[in-house]
Each structure stands twice: as structure tokens, then as C-alpha cells.
Ligand binder design. Structure first.
Ligand SMILES: NC(=O)c1ccc[n+]([C@@H]2O[C@H](COP(=O)([O-])OP(=O)(O)OC[C@H]3O[C@@H](n4cnc5c(N)ncnc54)[C@H](OP(=O)(O)O)[C@@H]3O)[C@@H](O)[C@H]2O)c1
Length: 357
């Protein structure tokens, strides 16, 4: 019998962020009121969460390291954006989703009181994404997709301005991580030749995702060689690391009409480090000036296309052409959620980290 079933059904377990701070100090596995469907919210869907994806942004918010986080987030809060689970109740105006359906998707905000690091969540149809889970993928694989897969899709397919015909070439920086592992697969699906930047220990893994070639950034001179030998040959760079280093070295490997699509921005944010007002302003300035004056477009992935999940990504997940990489050691029980945050802050993980609930 699970711990929750011994308690009243009006309560559930959740991983609460009690205040801003280090994961091991502030994340607590607590009983909290279980959300329920209200008549006044007819598009609400109550979902029993089976797995929740963990993303770097949630660690940054947990540390209080995003400007205004302490204003917009009231602690204790429940973080978590991405989920997979089973529909257990729904409002009167919910369409195409039935009680008992296995679903996955993302909530609009990565913080509570209704985050996905919990046994139950409310998702609002038409606002949050709620998509039927393909039968061939697990709850963990479905929960992993969310922010990471949609960011890769947005950065490559939506913002990428890829040529519609002829050969194309895409570079994915940070190819072994959460976003990068989807990025390599989506880039390959676009028909491009794909080059991945990763450390040597992850080279075979990134090749297994479909990369045609690897550049090992830990080898002295490897990035300089790429910059020198492949000038003007790439259509798109998906940069999942950010900062000036890769940008300054690699911008000229793009064709003139090429796009530098960054998931982080010109300021590198290591682990859960601070995104302060200065770095925010600096990022906005650099992004805008690149857009206005640079021949090679600089694009910061900012828009989360949650509601496009169903149309765009689901078929690829269903037919297996895009897979979530969730290694056994990266599935963490909800009550040990602090370990999951420590892993994501390490910036050394392969694929996605997922909480099992
Ligand atoms: N704008 C948006 O909408 C959006 C959405 C999602 C994510 N993001 C941001 O995008 C970034 C990446 O997210 P993520 O989930 O992919 O992170 P992640 O999974 O934590 O990335 C970890 C990976 O980064 C690789 N890595 C670390 N340093 C590297 C370097 N110098 N060069 C190449 N690879 C390196 C590591 O490989 P090795 O161990 O081999 O070094 C590891 O596999 C985060 O800052 C996140 O906040 C933004």
C-alpha cells in the first residue's frame, strides 16, 4: 500500500520548495491539499501524475536566481512543468479527453502552487498542453519531452529558417543534454547533415541519436579547427550552452542567411547560477543588436509552443523517430527530488532527468 493511500484522499504528497535556496536545504516531501475540479473552472483536468520532467529552469527558480522570482513565486511552492499521468476527473467543458486517458504535456509555468512535482495536478485545456500519450512510450519518456523537446523543435524547425530544398547542415552544441539530445534527432529528421558538440565520453551516445559527426570540445583546438575548416557552411546552430565562447568562435561557420538559435542567450548560466538584472539587460541588448545588424540572425528560443505538442511532436514520438533519453539512473523517486535537482545543476547529465511519482 502506498504512503498516500493510508491518508485522506483530500491530501496528496508533493515536493515543496519551502523557501529559495539549495536543493538539499529547501526541497521537502510533504502532504498538501489535493487539487480538485471546481464547477467554476469547466476546462480543468485533474491528472494523477506518474512522472515529472526536471529542467534547469526549475533549479534556477528554486535558487531564487531569476529576476522577480521572489515576487512572482510565493513559498512554499511546488515546482515542475512537464508531466505524464492519468486523467482522474475533468470539468464539464473538457473535450476529447476522458477519465482514464493516459496523457502528457506541460503546464504554462514552472512553479506552484500547482507544479508537476506532485501526485496530482490541474491542467487547463486550451492553456496548458494535454496530449494523449502514445502507447509505445513510458510515462517517464513522455514526461521527459515537455520543455526540452519543444525548445529543440522551436529552435530548429520554427525559428531555424532552414532551406526547403537542397542539402543542409546543422550544428548542435551541448548535444548530449536534455535539449541537445532531442535537438540532434529533430535536426536529423529535417534531412540535414548533423554535427554534435559534446565531450568524448558522450560521442558514441550522440552518434547513436543520429549525429553524422562529433566535435569533442574537451580536445584542445577542436572548436578552432571547426571554425577554420567549415566557415560559411552551416545553415543553423542550436546552442544549448550559451555564453560568448561558442558564439564568438563559431558564428562565421554559418552561411550569411544562417541562424544562431540559442536556448540560453549570450550570457552563460552555469547550473542554477544567477540570472540577474544586468545579465538580463545584456542578453536583451545583444539579442536585439544581432537581430538588427548581424547578417547571421541571432535567435533566442523564448516561446514555448506547448499547445503544438499534439500536431507537431506527438507523431514522431509515436512512430519512434524521436525518442526521450531517460537513463535508469536518471529516474529519481519524488521524495528524493533534491537529488534530481543536484543532478540537473551538475550540467553533466546525459539526456533527461525525470521524477517518478
Ligand atoms: N529558452 C528556453 O526556452 C529553454 C528551454 C529549455 C532549456 N533552456 C536552457 O538551455 C540550457 C540547456 O538545457 P538542458 O536541459 O539541455 O541542460 P542539461 O541537460 O543540464 O545539459 C547537460 C549537458 O551539457 C553538456 N555540456 C556541458 N558543458 C558543455 C560545453 N561546454 N560544451 C558542450 N556541451 C556541454 C554536458 O555534456 P558533457 O558532460 O559531455 O560536458 C551535458 O550532457 C539550460 O541553460 C536551460 O536553462 C532554455
Amino acid at each position: 500500500m502506498s504512503k498516500s493511500s493510508t491518508k485522506e484522499t483530500t491530501m496528496m504528497y508533493a515536493l515543496q520548495t519551502m523557501e529559495f535556496g539549495k536543493a538539499q536545504d529547501v526541497l521537502q516531501y510533504n502532504q498538501v491539499p489535493k487539487p480538485k475540479i471546481k464547477q467554476s473552472q469547466p476546462t480543468d483536468v485533474l491528472i494523477q501524475v506518474k512522472a515529472a520532467g526536471v529542467n534547469p529552469v526549475e533549479a534556477k527558480f528554486r535558487m531564487g536566481n531569476v529576476p522577480t522570482s521572489s515576487i512572482i513565486i510565493k513559498t512554499p511552492a511546488i515546482f515542475g512543468t512537464d508531466y505524464a499521468g492519468i486523467v482522474v476527473d475533468k470539468g464539464d467543458k473538457v473535450t476529447d479527453i476522458e477519465i482514464g486517458d493516459e496523457v502528457y504535456g506541460s503546464l504554462w509555468t514552472p512553479w506552484g502552487p500547482n507544479g508537476t512535482y506532485a501526485e496530482y495536478i490541474i491542467a487547463k485545456q486550451g492553456y496548458d498542453s494535454i496530449v494523449k500519450k502514445p502507447e509505445n512510450i513510458s510515462f517517464e519518456e513522455a514526461a521527459a519531452t515537455g520543455i526540452a523537446a519543444t525548445t529543440a523543435y522551436q529552435g530548429i524547425i520554427v525559428d531555424g529558417r532552414l532551406p526547403t530544398s537542397g542539402p543542409k547542415k546543422i550544428l548542435v552544441i551541448g548535444a548530449s543534454g536534455g535539449v541537445g539530445s532531442y535537438g540532434v534527432q529533430i535536426a536529423k529528421l529535417s534531412g540535414a547533415e548533423v554535427v554534435g558538440i559534446c565531450s568524448g565520453r558522450n560521442a558514441n551516445f550522440v552518434r547513436s541519436l543520429g549525429a553524422d559527426r562529433i566535435v569533442d570540445y574537451t580536445v584542445d583546438g577542436s572548436i578552432d579547427t571547426l571554425a577554420k575548416e567549415e566557415k560559411g557552411t552551416f545553415d543553423l546552430i542550436l546552442d544549448c550552452i550559451g555564453g560568448d565562447y561558442y558564439y564568438n568562435k563559431l558564428i562565421y561557420i554559418l552561411k550569411k542567411r544562417g541562424v544562431y538559435s540559442s536556448t540560453v542567450g549570450p550570457e552563460e548560466h552555469v547550473g542554477a547560477n544567477r540570472v540577474d538584472i544586468y545579465s538580463g539587460a545584456n542578453m536583451a541588448f545583444k539579442t536585439l543588436s544581432h537581430k538588427l545588424f548581424g547578417p547571421r540572425n541571432y535567435s533566442l528560443v523564448l516561446k514555448y509552443p506547448w499547445l503544438r505538442f499534439a500536431n507537431d511532436l506527438r507523431p514522431f514520438l509515436a512512430n519512434g523517430s524521436v525518442k526521450s533519453i531517460v537513463l535508469h539512473e536518471n529516474i529519481v523517486d519524488l521524495k528524493n527530488g533534491a537529488d534530481a535537482h543536484l543532478k540537473i545543476e551538475s550540467q553533466r547529465t546525459i539526456g533527461k532527468i525525470v521524477l517518478r511519482i
